[in-house]
Design a protein around this ligand. Structure first.
Ligand SMILES: Cc1cc2nc3c(=O)[nH]c(=O)nc-3n(C[C@H](O)[C@H](O)[C@H](O)COP(=O)(O)O)c2cc1C
Length: 368
């Protein structure tokens, strides 16, 4: 049997295989952030499709941290009943689901929240509109919001939580030299820049206990000259691993231009696949926690080589599972044709238009 179909375990959470559905904003939540039947049925279908672990789309822990429309919220207790239905639907299909806890920070949506987005520093020139530099009260509020949200995720039946520490969102902004120009204990050295993600993790751990899986998604680089570099990413990963994080998903990129995006375009050759594999392998050498690799995983045998060579423990995908939610079952049944995802990022468009994500290219192909 391929190593990819061997069972896995993350802090007691038993997983049927080594495939993960990476967090994917579906644009299917209600305006107040609650789950809709359409979103719940998408999650159940993913579980039916054989993926070992589903990571929910980013759920905002504070209203000011909401990134976009029709995003799920976990910022208040009213969200719990809908989330309970989501976890129950996944469990009914024998799937596992972790909730991604997120704060968009600098990229918070002022129109939706009615508040000025908060950030480590009020840097200009990256995106339009004012940003407010966070004071200690804001920092304490963010830590409390993450730990309260983790408690809600646990009571809603999620099998664990994943802290969103990647893609230029708030916790990543604290780590990134491109966003953090602070002169207090949250700025300067990499230890200082990692302080907020570490404090958030410790507060979550306290809220949910030692035997509840707490994962983190981190950026390893940002495709910019002045952004986060792989060496510092490894240091941050080590700090979190030493503190007891249960798994690290390795990603990268920033939502500021098509070239820097976490969802890189045109992954149409094997050499372009798994575009953070070197960085994941560098981290894996330094830490003793499971490493989840995301970004351009498309071919079964490339994924298999990565896991067999010990570069990562789990293979995570977003766009291939939009195109084909049952991809893992297909591979398991022996059809190892790579994912048909052409990585054109057209899947964002229907979500932005309020129709919910789907593969636009596949639909066009079928209509021809
Ligand atoms: C439509 C869409 C929505 C996404 N939403 C999220 C999200 O909510 N949280 C997150 O961490 N990453 C998000 N991502 C990034 C993916 O999780 C993943 O890191 C990226 O797409 C690269 O993986 P892929 O090549 O398998 O798509 C999103 C990607 C897509 C295409």
């Amino acid at each position: 049997m391929s190593k990819l179909f061997e069972p896995g375990e993350i802090n007691g959470m038993k997983l049927e295989n080594r495939f993960v559905r990476s967090a994917t904003w579906e644009g299917m939540a209600a305006d107040d952030g609650s789950c809709t039947p359409k979103l719940i049925s998408l999650m159940a279908d993913l579980a039916r499709g054989g993926v070992g672990l589903i990571i929910s789309s980013h759920a905002y822990v504070q209203k000011v941290g909401q990134a976009g429309a029709r995003q799920i919220g976990i910022h208040n207790d009213d969200m719990i009943p809908g989330l309970k239905k989501m976890t129950a639907a996944v469990h009914e299909q024998r799937g596992k689901i972790v909730c991604q806890l997120a704060h968009a920070g600098f990229f918070g949506n002022a129109k939706l929240s009615g508040q000025t987005p908060i950030a480590p520093s009020s840097v200009e020139g990256i995106a339009e509109g004012p940003r407010r530099e966070m004071n200690q009260e804001d920092i304490d509020g963010v830590i409390d919001a993450f730990s309260a949200a983790a408690g809600r995720a646990k009571s809603a039946g999620f099998d664990g939580v994943q802290i969103h520490g990647a893609h230029g969102y708030l916790l990543c902004e604290f780590i990134s030299p491109m966003f953090n120009f602070r002169s207090d204990e949250y700025g300067g050295t990499i230890e200082n820049r990692a302080r907020l993600p570490l404090e958030v993790f410790k507060a979550i751990r306290k809220a949910v206990g030692n035997d509840y899986p707490v994962l983190i998604k981190l950026s390893c680089k940002e495709f910019t000259d002045n952004g986060l570099m792989p060496q510092e990413f490894v240091q941050v990963g080590k700090i979190l691993a030493d503190a007891g994080i249960d798994a690290i998903e390795v990603s990268g990129g920033l939502p500021i231009s098509p070239k820097t995006r976490p969802s890189q375009l045109g992954i149409n050759r094997e050499e372009k696949e798994a575009y953070f594999q070197e960085e994941a392998a560098a981290l894996k050498k330094q830490v003793d926690v499971p490493i989840i690799l995301v970004g351009g995983n498309r071919s079964f045998h490339v994924a298999e080589r990565i896991v067999e060579e010990g570069m990562a423990d789990y293979i995570s995908m977003a766009r291939p599972l939009i195109r084909e939610p049952h991809l893992i079952n297909r591979w398991k049944a022996g059809d190892l044709t790579p994912s048909a995802c052409v990585s054109d990022n057209m899947c964002f468009q229907p979500a932005i238009e309020g129709k919910g994500i789907y593969c636009v290219t596949e639909k066009r192909e079928k209509e021809k």
